[in-house]
Write a protein that binds this ligand. Structure first.
Ligand code: HAM
Length: 415
């Protein structure tokens, strides 16, 4: 093959390859998501990434931009229209509706799906991301709204954030519905109005004011200085839980049509990353897609991409440490059987060990161990085998320790 005919090593536009250090970060993120959700009394569920396309097309299920422009939809070999899920909420609503008689309520569920959206890739936005979903079904109580926000707050703290690093902005669909009634907006104008508010932060103030003017809604209609009753009560409950960095912001809308009550969005306060990190809200009618008697829901989705940016600008990313503790190198090829035997012993005792096959000279073996960020190295040579004493080198500091073969596992297990 000529050079031209080689395939590109680039990944598909807007998706990522996870090399070991990237995967280690993702694992840390997901483990933290899982630990906090479980501690707050939520249990994990999962579902396939494939859904029938109609799940996202039904009226009220989603926002139009997402359905018409941002889904990955294809026709399968049986002629069915299939969509790679762009979010988890319709899926979990479907699952809860399907087993409404078996499931106990209030029902606390979480999941960490990979989701797909055909978006223009940019900072914080990709075509694929991992998204923690925390949802509480079957309670109309505002204490449920406060609880899911408390889960969000606890997550931020668990990642090392302080209250000053983020602000939780609460909006109210009830407030906006009243406002839209006051200005007699019809169905179509309501969608445009909500969409406009959702894009507000991304457009010049004059452009926003002009678009609002076209709908005959005065700008100051949005500048409510007192929180509506539902939001005020949620803020009170949050204060009881010691959460002080939550405020009412009338322009918080969220892009989905299914939200019906309180909505919230968590913002980064860092000047270099001043953006929405994640959000959610109450959706009391979504399950009416499946059943006449709706089950109330409230929850949020928290993506890995925006959290990575949040942690990165604050130096809160954990350092990469591979699971492998020790690299067993060999002075020459004859030593390989000894190296394999030492590695097998250590592995049997629970020490994560990688071994070199002696294909390259020792200095190259050490370079490989360093590239892998493996913390310790041990070289097997004939002297070591004869004496039964091995030198364990800390590759970062260069310090060495001589140990008998029988002492090796204890050394690593006590690190
Ligand atoms: P969403 O705001 O569309 O809500 O997404 C939730 C979060 O997922 C975002 O705030 C962001 O952290 C992340 N996210 C969304 N799209 C992208 C993207 N293209 N690239 C990277 N990250 C992204 C929902 O999806 C709702 N279903 C959440 C929910 C659950 N509401 C109630 N329960």
């Amino acid at each position: 093959m000529s050079k031209k005919e080689k395939l590109s090593v680039e990944s598909y536009k807007g998706v990522r390859d996870f090399y070991p250090a990237d995967q280690a970060f993702l694992n840390y993120l997901l483990a933290t998501y899982r630990a906090v959700a479980e501690r707050m009394g939520y249990v994990e569920y999962h579902a396939s990434v494939l859904e029938p396309a109609e799940l996202y097309k039904s009226k009220g299920a989603d926002n139009e931009e997402l359905v018409n422009e941002q889904t990955y939809t294809f026709v399968d070999r049986g002629g069915r229209e299939v969509t790679l899920r762009p979010e988890m909420t319709p899926t979990v609503a479907r699952m809860v509706s399907a087993k409404r008689r078996e499931l106990g309520f209030p029902l606390r569920l979480f999941s960490i799906p990979n989701v797909f959206r055909y978006e223009r890739p940019q900072r914080g936005r990709l075509r694929e991301h991992w998204q923690l979903n925390v949802d509480l079904f079957g309670s109309p109580s505002l204490a449920a709204d406060a609880e899911v926000i408390a889960v969000a707050h606890t997550l931020m703290k668990e990642f090392g954030a302080e209250d000053k690093d983020f602000v939780i902005k609460l909006g109210s669909r009830t407030f906006l519905n009243t406002l839209m009634d006051t200005y007699a907006l019809g169905d179509e104008a309501r969608m445009r109005f909500l969409g406009l508010l959702d894009r507000r932060a991304k457009m010049p103030a004059e452009e926003f004011a002009a678009a609002l003017g076209e709908m005959n809604v005065p700008l100051d209609a949005l500048s409510a200085d007192t929180a509506p009753a539902d939001v005020a009560e949620v803020l009170d409950l949050l204060a009881t839980l010691g959460i002080q960095n939550a405020v009412f912001d009338p322009s918080i809308v969220r892009g989905f049509a299914y939200y019906s009550g309180m909505v919230f969005e968590v913002f980064d306060t860092h000047p270099e990353n001043n953006r929405a990190l994640f959000g959610g809200g109450r959706y009391d009618n979504l399950t009416s897609l499946f059943d006449d008697e709706p089950i109330t829901g409230v929850g949020f989705g928290m993506g890995d991409v925006t959290m990575h940016d949040f942690l990165s600008v604050r130096g809160l990313l954990p350092a990469y440490i591979p699971p492998t503790k020790l690299y067993v190198a060999v002075a020459d090829k004859e030593m390989v059987p000894h190296a394999l035997s030492i590695a097998a012993d250590l592995r049997a005792q629970g020490v994560a060990t990688a071994v070199d096959f002696g294909d390259k000279k020792l200095s190259d073996q050490i370079k490989a161990a360093t590239k892998h960020s493996i913390p310790y190295l041990l070289v097997v040579g004939s002297n070591e085998v004869t004496s039964g004493t091995f030198v364990v080198r800390d590759l970062a500091s260069g310090t060495e320790e001589s140990l008998k073969r029988a002492e090796l596992s204890a050394f690593f297990l006590n690190l």
